[in-house]
Design a protein. Structure first.
Length: 625
């Protein structure tokens, strides 16, 4: 119940904030879209008025039989259409007949067609600018029309019309402003989607299934659709269902809908445009909300259990304190009773009490010695581990320092500087090793990053180069040119490599041929869930293919005894007679396991030991899809 209450409160608070963020982003997108459409339409609003004053329009309207003037006007309107990027520009006489048009060369020319039924025509004939959106009677394409009267003083001679294709506006928006995060719909008073970036929603009337009422923004009933506006195009139905959501704050013009056909849920926000009596809608997907919900569940669960652990820990501390206090009270009571008894005893009892007190002092001293010994053992273990981890960098520092002296004697300051930089880097590395030592006893909780395997191999070779030369050990590497990344800690990975190579050189101390083979390869694995033991690489059941990096270290030493091969990774197990604590391979195995990998050892068929490190391949940088 406590967990359920915590998750409910976290989800309530978090999702309300998430919906408010989604509302702010949706409002920004909505305002940008409205501004974009207003600006796009506004560029054409004044063109008909300016064009209406051209003397060639008056000449053709007053003398339509003048074919030369009509041809000149056709060419003028054609040029005007190209310059303004309008779909069509055409001139209509008082009877509603088109007498000149920019598309006069095409088979679908408007010349000779009667547009007197169009509202933009008779509204412009009243002497004012007219706006109208509809499906073209000839082109069958959606368009937005600006119509302006051509006047001779107070008399209206005809109407000049400029048409914009709605497809052009949608395509331009997709190129300039297009986004995968939302879809937009522009809905007229009859609740029909006239413009949208989703082709399937265009010319759909939005309806709901709640009480058979139209969409909440509609200003006209569904049966009032002007079929002439949409010509021969079929007006389909886009059915939506309002969804009640307890986490959505009460916000004006905001609602969550479910599309009945696709079952998709969207965050809907709408606003009315200043002109045209249009409502502009932004429908955003709920993926951010779903992602936020999963994140909140993880945070809530983790926070709740952390709180429970703190409460239980506090309760246990209080219980121990109370028991210790009661024990002290009881001890004081018994001491008091014993003291009273001792005062009434004879000398024999006094001697016995004295002997008991002496025994108690000896026990107390022994107890203190045991506690001190335990403390020294812990400190000894930590010191031994730290000494083992920093010994290799210190050896490298010594090697670089010796080389630096040689380079200085040879007057090679650039190489001296390079060695000093390596020494500084190794010093930083020592600090990192000391600070990270505690994490060797438990699974790493962070600090992982993409690590280039080739770089770690090169750094390892640089560290043990001097040691290998001194021991007459040849190191042969087979590393692919392809960059192979794993997810882990580069410094720890180098520590594992150095430890394995150092052990190999020590094992070959008495051998004539001293060679270490280092091989790096990429391997594809077909793994079933039953076969996965070290990491949870498979989700569900069945078989999955994944890639891993195999790094092998083979030496030409005597190999490992069959009785010791199962003990090789046990802490404090060592076959070295004069030195070694036996924790290097144990720590190395912990490091590889913290990187979701496996470290195994076997004897090679040709002699010597072979250590194999298998780590999951990490795709870095991530490949675009």
């Amino acid at each position: 119940m406590g967990l359920l209450f915590t998750l409910t409160m976290v989800k309530q608070f978090g999702l309300r904030l998430a919906y408010q963020d989604l509302k702010r982003q949706s409002t920004l997108n909505l305002n940008n879209l409205i501004s974009y459409i207003d600006n796009t339409l506004g560029r054409f609003e004044k063109i008909p008025e300016v064009l209406s004053k051209h003397p060639l329009l008056h000449a053709v309207l007053t003398n339509p039989l003048d074919t030369e003037k009509s041809q000149q006007l056709n060419v003028l309107l054609e040029e005007m259409s190209d310059v303004t990027q309008a779909s069509d520009v055409y001139l209509i006489n008082r009877m509603g007949i088109t007498i000149s048009a920019s598309n006069w060369r095409k088979e679908s020319s408007f010349v000779g067609n009667d547009f007197s039924v169009r509202p933009y025509f008779y509204q412009a004939m009243k002497g004012e600018l007219s706006r109208y959106y509809a499906v073209g009677l000839i082109s069958n394409q959606r368009g937005y029309y600006f119509a302006y009267p051509v006047k001779n003083k107070a008399e209206v001679l005809g109407v000049i019309v400029i048409k914009l294709r709605v497809d052009d506006i949608e395509n331009q928006h997709a190129r300039d402003v297009g986004s995968d995060n939302y879809n937009f719909l522009i809905v007229g008073p009859d609740n029909v989607v006239f413009m949208s970036d989703n082709e399937e929603w265009r010319l759909n009337q939005i309806t709901t299934t709640v009480d058979n009422k139209p969409f909440f923004n509609a200003t006209e009933p569904p049966e009032s659709i002007d079929v002439k506006r949409y010509a021969e195009r079929e007006v389909r139905t886009l059915q939506i269902l309002p969804i009640k959501n307890n986490y959505l704050p009460i916000m004006p013009n905001v609602q969550i809908f479910q599309l009945v056909d696709t079952k998709e849920k969207v965050f809907a926000q709408q606003a009315k445009m200043r002109l045209n009596d249009w409502h502009v809608h932004i429908w955003s997907g709920l993926k951010p909300i779903k992602d936020q919900t999963a994140f909140l569940m993880i945070i809530g669960t983790g926070g709740y259990f952390l709180m429970v652990i703190l409460v239980l820990f506090t309760k246990e501390r209080l219980r121990n304190t109370r028991q210790q206090r009661q024990a002290n009270i009881l001890l004081e009571k018994r001491v008091k009773e014993r003291t009273e008894d001792l005062t009434t005893t004879n000398e024999k009892l006094l001697e016995e009490i004295s002997q008991r007190q002496k025994t108690q002092l000896e026990l107390k001293a022994t107890q203190e010695e045991l506690i001190q010994a335990a403390k020294l053992a812990v400190v000894g273990n930590m010191s031994a581990s730290i000494n083992h981890e920093i010994n290799q960098p210190l050896t490298a520092i010594k090697s670089y320092s010796q080389n630096a002296l040689i380079y200085q004697e040879r007057n090679m300051p650039e190489k001296v500087t390079g060695n000093l930089k390596h020494i500084i880097g190794l010093t930083d590395r020592l600090a990192n090793i000391v600070s990270q030592f505690k994490s060797f006893t438990k699974k790493s909780s962070g600090g992982q990053a993409p690590v280039l395997v080739q770089t770690s191999i090169n750094e390892t070779l640089a560290i043990i180069k001097h040691q290998a030369q001194k021991a007459s050990v040849e190191i042969i590497t087979d590393v692919p040119e392809e960059a192979l990344y794993i997810l882990g800690d580069g410094i720890r990975l180098e520590q594992v490599f150095v430890n394995i190579v150092s052990n190999a050189m020590q094992a070959m101390k008495n051998m004539k041929a001293k060679t270490i083979y280092i091989n790096v390869s990429k391997v594809k694995m077909n793994v079933s869930k039953e076969d996965v033991t070290q990491v949870n690489l498979i989700q569900g059941t069945g078989t999955q293919t994944f890639e891993q990096v195999d790094i092998t270290f083979r030496d030409t030493g005597p190999g490992i005894l069959a009785d010791n091969i199962d003990k090789i990774f046990e802490p404090f197990f060592t076959t070295k007679e004069s030195f070694g604590l036996g924790i290097g391979l144990s720590i190395s195995q912990r490091i590889i396991e913290s990187m979701q990998g496996v470290l195994v050892v076997n004897n090679h068929d040709l002699g010597g030991a072979i250590f194999t490190i298998s780590l999951p391949l990490y795709s870095y940088p991530p490949q675009s899809t």
